[in-house]
Write a new protein. Structure first.
Length: 277
């Protein structure tokens, strides 16, 4: 498979491998893109929860981004966990310097699946004022949408209203993730200034959903990096996440990881041509 689409991922590390940078790299690779990274924080976690976060200095986060952009370049940038206001501001500054015109997918990571806060309160304002404006796509879940807008989000209609409100903050499009709503189905809404497109799927009854938000955002990012139209990138990402959940390996005692590798063909070295001299 020839790699197409360079994605710079700016996010935190998940030692359990289910979310964060690890999920992002797996997703971009599984969908045929090339993943590069700038790590914003280190987390000690497993499927049962987060037990510690080690900050990465803001200037070193910026240095990682600058080194990638000066040499390898990027067709899309995916932003996940930022952790602190200083990091959010540093990321905004260096992207303005090195990545003008590169589309940004902003996953507004605030709370881990187990409930641990992943974004400081003062960082929310930095995210809203410096990174959200101009983002090609913002991908909040419902608690994150409530934090961004101050609106209650309890229904699909509330999701649409919150998405429109986030557009007024400067985002070009918002993918409202409806997994927190009760019911046997899950509805996601892509809200733009011109239209609203929805995807409804049967809810899969499983605890193995750790990293779904990271995976969805990265799948959208690699689609944009490969030249897909936004709605097509989101549709493919939605289908990818659904299958990754359905085929989850069942690891861990809590919220387990997805199967990011279901697209990867088995490798048989016997079928490879080896030249001998």
């Amino acid at each position: 498979m020839q790699l197409k689409g360079r994605v710079l991922i700016i996010a935190g590390s998940d030692s359990g491998g289910g979310a964060g940078i690890q999920a992002d790299i797996k997703t971009v690779s599984a969908l045929g893109g090339y993943a590069m990274t700038a790590i914003t924080a280190l987390t000690a976690q497993n499927t049962l929860g987060v037990t510690g976060i080690q900050a990465v200095p803001a200037e070193f986060v910026a240095q990682q981004i600058r080194m990638v952009m000066e040499d390898l370049g990027a067709d899309c940038i995916k932003i996940g966990m930022l952790h602190r206001a200083e990091v959010a501001l540093a990321v905004a500054d260096v992207l303005a310097e090195t990545a003008t015109g590169v589309p940004v997918v902003l996953d507004t990571v605030m709370i881990a699946k187990g409930g641990h806060a992943l974004l400081d309160d003062d960082a929310v304002d930095a995210l809203k004022t410096r990174l959200l404006p101009g983002a090609a796509l913002v991908t909040p879940n419902l608690p994150e949408a409530e934090a961004l807008t101050g609106l209650p989000v309890r229904t699909v209609e509330d999701m649409m209203d919150a998405g429109q409100d986030i557009l007024t903050l400067g985002a070009k499009a918002v993918l409202m993730k409806g997994g927190h709503l009760d019911g046997d189905s899950v509805t996601d809404l892509l809200v733009t200034g011109e239209d609203c497109v929805g995807w409804e799927s049967v809810r899969i009854d499983t605890p193995h959903t750790h990293g779904t938000g990271c995976t969805l955002a990265s799948a959208c990012a690699v689609g944009l990096a490969q030249g897909l139209e936004l709605v097509d990138a989101v549709a493919r990402a939605h289908a990818f996440v659904a299958e990754a959940i359905r085929t989850a390996p069942g690891l861990g005692k809590g919220h387990g990881p997805l199967n990011h590798g279901f697209t990867v063909m088995p490798f048989d070295p016997k079928n490879q041509l080896i030249s001998q001299t």
